[in-house]
Design a protein around this ligand. Structure first.
Ligand SMILES: Nc1ncnc2c1ncn2[C@@H]1O[C@H](COP(=O)(O)OP(=O)(O)OP(=O)(O)O)[C@@H](O)[C@H]1O
Length: 599
């Protein structure tokens, strides 16, 4: 796919904040009215000076009262604008996070894996936060950048058109200088954002790779990459500062209110000398005239805010544009007849450019039977296991559960059928009991304990200081890999789904845990349809069916004894497996004889 054919992602913040548009418009209106009230209060002050000059013995209470009321009104209006925009920002933040998490729950796991969980977390956290900042803060900038200069110009025109044109002239000159200073800005902002992205991904890599870093390269290469990213970032910033230092400072000098004031003073005093301008009008002009030049700072702040938000908006749109897995049309959903599984001529590719991970795979798993998937590394075992709960959709053929294509079931129906025990177990924050009853929130304590007992987890959970109430998850109690696995198995036992898919569930168990884990798994798989991906061929000797895969195709299938007789791929894998066992025992024997020699 060429770049030009890819859909362009929208980057305008307004394309994403429409759910709170009404509130934002209200906030903008309030902020503009607040700015207007502030300007009118200055006019009222000028009016009071004028009144005082006409009647020096009379206190000008009316204009002064008007000024005081206008100042209070301005304050109240701005406060309400602030309140509305912040409410809108909080509401948008929640809406976006809900929308993103709902969408992510519907896309394929393939998309989640390819994008990376830390990038997705960043979108849900940081990019949504950037939208919050835009909605909360931009209304004040908009009001000061647009309302203030427009109203000021109108007022100046009404007071004296010559003075209005002079102030507009200074503004135009300032804008031209600023445009010159900012001519390379978009490119520099792009470079700046790239450098910042590199720093943040280097930080994430550095932190995530900490266990490897500590044991493997003493931090040099990973830290080196982080340091390099930081150096590039610093160099970029220095270059930017150097290249724009003079024009930026010059434009700052022009766009501050002082030059406008000087021009209005000079021109005003000359017009008064010419007797073509009245003193009170001049005073009013001096008081409000600088409002136009003051628009520049908020304009620049607004531009900076919009630039930053655009990147976040693009990333949020990108995630929301990921195609969700197709759902059956409502009413066409079908219920599986039993828990049997059938693969019919299944082909699968991970991506457009990847080769076939599976090709023409057909086999049946009768309800209540155990099928083991074996084969050399990269043969496609895990892929098959993950296609059953529809982590991805097949590229060819179909997968049926109880006679129904998995794509014709709702995710809820499919989830009620299949329990999946992952290689890497994940516990959520919350108590251990909450983790076990995740799929059945209404389960009683007795049911939770029974499931934990069956999963051989009750004993170690009871030994924890807070037992079943002990917090789990990333910040929870430290649990070994095997213990975490047994908690996940307890969860599946309680869920009692008719199909269990085990993905190398025993691959990383330590010997001490293994017996407990095997007992837990046999409790889980009792009477269920089981598909197991296992490297320990001894654990699947009694399987009803062994499907042997090689390079994404089924090489052979049958029971253990038949396959050995057949003397094909499985017999070779079995011999290798036994050799590995003997080799391990041989090491043990050597160790034992060495020990004997030593004693
Ligand atoms: N997320 C992915 N993206 C692209 N290709 C992948 C992905 N996961 C696996 N593959 C490829 O698909 C093929 C099958 O992989 P799979 O993980 O199913 O093999 P396996 O038999 O389970 O291997 P192992 O025993 O080493 O875990 C391999 O060639 C692998 O490189």
């Amino acid at each position: 796919m060429t770049e030009s054919t890819e859909p362009r992602l929208r980057t305008s913040p307004w394309s994403i904040i429409h759910p709170v548009r009404g509130q934002i418009v209200l906030s903008l209106a309030l902020a503009s009215l607040g700015t207007l009230a502030a300007l009118l209060s200055l006019a009222a002050i000028a009016w009071s000076v004028h009144a005082l000059s006409l009647h020096p013995g009379q206190w000008p209470w009316q204009p002064l009262l008007a000024a005081a009321l206008l100042i209070i009104a301005s304050y109240v209006l701005r406060l309400n604008a602030f309140k509305q925009s912040h409410y809108a920002a909080f509401r948008l933040e929640t809406l976006l996070r809900t929308q993103l998490s709902r969408h992510l729950a519907r896309v394929s796991m393939g998309y989640v894996q390819a994008t990376g969980s830390s990038s997705l977390a960043k979108v849900m956290q940081d990019d949504v936060k950037a939208l919050h900042v835009f909605v909360a803060d931009s209304q004040a900038f908009y009001a000061r950048a647009y309302t203030a200069p427009l109203v000021t110009f109108g007022a100046l025109l009404w007071l004296d058109w010559r003075m209005a044109l002079a102030a507009a002239g200074v503004l135009a000159f300032g804008a031209a200088v600023l445009a010159l200073a900012m001519r390379n800005r978009d490119e520099l902002v792009r470079q700046y954002n790239q450098a910042r992205e590199r720093v943040s991904s280097a930080v994430i890599e550095f932190v995530q790779a900490m266990p490897v870093v500590r044991t493997f390269d003493s931090g040099n290469s990973t830290f080196g990459r982080y340091q390099q990213a930081l150096d590039d970032y610093l160099r970029m910033l220095q270059g930017w500062y150097r290249s724009s230092a003079f024009s930026a400072r010059f434009s700052m000098a022009i766009v501050n209110p002082l030059p406008t004031l000087v021009v209005l003073l000079w021109l005003g005093s000359w017009l008064i000398w010419q007797e073509s301008l009245e003193f009170p009008v001049w005073l009013a002009i001096l008081l409000i005239g600088t409002g136009m030049a003051e628009a520049f700072q908020p304009l620049m702040g607004l531009k900076h805010l919009i630039d930053k938000t655009r990147i976040s908006v693009a990333r949020i749109h990108e995630v929301l544009a990921a195609p969700p897995l197709a759902l059956p049309a409502s009413g066409s959903e079908r219920q599986p007849a039993d828990a049997g599984i059938r693969f019919e001529n299944v082909g699968f590719r991970y991506g457009e450019r990847d080769g076939d991970a599976l090709e023409g795979v057909s086999f049946s798993v009768p309800a209540g039977s155990v099928t083991a998937l074996v084969g050399p590394s990269g043969a496609g075992k895990t892929t098959i296991a993950r296609l059953i709960p529809r982590f991805w959709d097949v590229s060819a053929g179909r997968i049926l559960i109880g006679g129904v294509d998995v794509r014709e079931m709702t995710p809820q129906t499919l989830m009620r059928q299949v329990a999946f025990v992952f290689q890497d177990t994940f516990l959520f924050s919350g108590s251990i009991a909450d983790n076990i009853r995740l799929g059945v929130p209404q389960a009683s304590d007795a049911q939770v304990i029974a499931a934990a007992r069956a999963a051989q987890a009750h004993e170690f959970i009871s030994a924890l200081a807070n037992g079943y109430d002990t917090p789990a998850g990333e910040r929870g109690a430290f649990l070994s890999g095997g213990q975490r696995q047994r908690i996940t198995i307890a969860r599946c036992i309680l869920d009692n789904r008719p199909i269990v898919v085990l993905d190398e569930a025993t691959a990383f168990a330590d010997p001490e845990n293994e017996a407990a884990l095997i007992a837990a798994l046999s409790a889980l798989t009792q009477g269920k349809t089981v598909v197991i991906v296992a490297h320990r061929l001894s654990t699947i000797r009694d399987a009803d069916q062994i499907v042997v895969l090689e390079r994404g195709r089924i090489a052979e299938s049958g029971r253990h004894a038949t396959l050995l007789q057949h003397d094909g791929v499985y017999a070779r894998l079995w011999r290798n497996y036994q050799q590995a066992q003997d080799w391990a025992l041989g090491l043990d024997r050597n160790d034992a004889s060495n020990d004997q020699e030593r004693t």
